[in-house]
Design a protein around this ligand. Structure first.
Ligand code: GDP
Ligand code: IMO
Ligand code: MG
Length: 409
């Protein structure tokens, strides 16, 4: 059985926490997009783990993890991350596989990435990890795949320093390289999780282009770039926060306009610890954008939603959510493609009463306050997508499962 988990906003929705939680019942976790631009956090018994390239699932001693063909992999960053895991007592040897079709990020891509972004009239605010450069090289058919490491013909035109870099890592990578789709076909009886990176609004096609990342972070990426055919996806889950955050530049219709000390924006950033896991940048914050969320549900065929960070609202007497946009005095209910429209969009807000009580100890739907449940039910009705899991804190155990995605026959 194959379950896909993607971000349904602009990234950092809590995908790592949810994949780690659901991996308990899985045999294999496949990351299918992005690279070291991602930062997926898992909190377990008071310990915080930040994963960038390694799929969430590695913390269990018996799970296999696969870096899929849609990923762009910096070997130096990968082995540094794996080294950190060893220092923390996680034995990964023999459990980390890499698709032979995945692409390599060469060190100079990172400098090019930063220089290109600085040259843009409106910079994207990339993470500087060479991601866009690696995907450009892939699209222009000049990239280097893991499979190419043993093929001198493919490397002949490389600069000497690039070749030296590959020589340094070739031997360590070799035992990890597999044909991922053949591996998954051989293990088709395993329960497999496909972990997205970034989010639907950062996807190269469905996102707020050009203020996006360069990979396929949409659900379809799990098939094209994870190693299975589209017919073999059984369930698609989209993770979203009770509010919205964004790192880097680009339109954000529900962004709070006041970020001064004592503002709601500051309160949410402090309470939700809204700082980038990869770059440490403060995340931009705003109310939940239901227009954007409904769009993410539609373009990704989300079967179910997973709500996170609802505990961050615990102390608020009331809060809003955006149910439409006003653009040039017109009411707009579909998420627009035009950046100009998104920048001009004024959110039409609906007010919700707060519950003003801590919910992080709630272990079931019934234990949640009525007002929390009413907010969730409104989201379900608006998006026409049921919420099946609710996260009430960063720890693995602070998770309420209304309905497990693992269909038991
Ligand atoms: P990802 O990129 O989608 O995996 O998300 P990140 O790890 O970048 O950011 C999510 C942050 O929120 C991390 O610090 C998590 O530990 C934390 N987190 C996850 N779920 C919850 C939740 O339900 N409540 C709170 N308060 N924090 C959460
Ligand atoms: P996870 O998987 C949030 C953003 C960057 C920038 C844009 C392009 O942790 O949710 P890139 O370096 O990819 O070319 O940057 O995309 N971005 C993310 N924002 N979460 C992420 O990943 C992100 N990965 C990239 O901030 O605006
Ligand atoms: Mg993140």
């Amino acid at each position: 059985m194959n379950v896909v988990i993607i971000g349904a906003q602009w990234g950092d929705e809590g995908k790592g926490k949810i994949v780690d939680y659901l991996a308990h019942e899985a045999g294999i976790v496949v990351r299918f997009s992005g690279g070291a631009n991602a930062g997926h956090t898992i909190v377990l018994a008071g310990e915080r783990y930040a994963l960038h390239l390694v799929p969430s699932g590695i913390l269990y001693p018996d799970k296999m993890v696969v870096l899929g063909s849609g990923m762009v992999i910096d070997p130096e960053a990968l082995f540094s991350e794996l080294g950190d895991l060893v220092e923390r007592g996680i034995d990964w040897e023999g459990r980390v596989l890499i698709s032979d079709r995945a692409h390599i990020v060469l060190p100079r891509y990172k400098e090019v990435d930063k220089a290109e972004d600085a040259r843009r009239r409106k910079p994207i605010g990339t993470t500087g990890r060479g991601i866009g450069v690696a995907y450009s090289m892939k699209a222009s058919r000049d990239g280097i795949r893991l499979a190419d490491l043993g093929d001198p013909d493919r490397l002949v035109n490389l600069e000497p320093e690039d070749r030296a870099f590959l020589d340094k890592w070739r031997g360590k990578l070799a035992p990890m390289i597999v044909d991922a789709s053949a591996y998954l076909a051989r293990h088709r009886n395993s329960w497999t999780l496909f972990e997205g990176a970034q989010g639907a609004l950062l996807d190269i096609d469905t996102g707020t282009y050009p203020f996006v990342s360069s990979g396929m972070s949409c659900a379809a990426g799990a098939a094209a770039q994870g190693g299975i055919g589209p017919r073999h996806i059984d369930r698609i889950l989209g993770v979203f926060k009770a509010y919205t955050t964004r790192v880097g530049n680009g339109p954000f219709p529900t962004e709070f306009d006041d970020d001064s000390p004592g503002s709601l924006s500051n309160y949410i950033r402090a309470t939700g610890n809204e700082y980038g896991v990869t770059t440490g940048r403060p995340r931009r914050c705003g109310y939940l954008d239901l227009v954007a969320l409904r769009y993410a549900c539609r373009v990704n065929s989300l079967d179910r939603l997973v709500l996170t960070h609802i505990d961050v609202y615990d102390a608020l007497p009331e809060f809003d959510a955006c149910v439409a946009y006003k653009i040039n005095k017109r009411l707009i209910e579909d998420f627009p493609a035009s950046i100009k429209d998104l920048e001009e969009a004024e959110p039409v807000l609906k007010k919700f009463p707060g519950w003003q009580t801590p919910i992080d100890a709630c272990a079931s739907w019934e234990e949640l306050p009525l007002r929390t449940r009413e907010y969730i039910e409104f989201i379900e009705d608006f998006t026409e997508t049921p919420v099946s899991i609710i996260s009430v804190g960063s720890d693995r155990l602070k998770t309420i499962v209304k309905e497990s995605p693992w269909i038991r026959s």
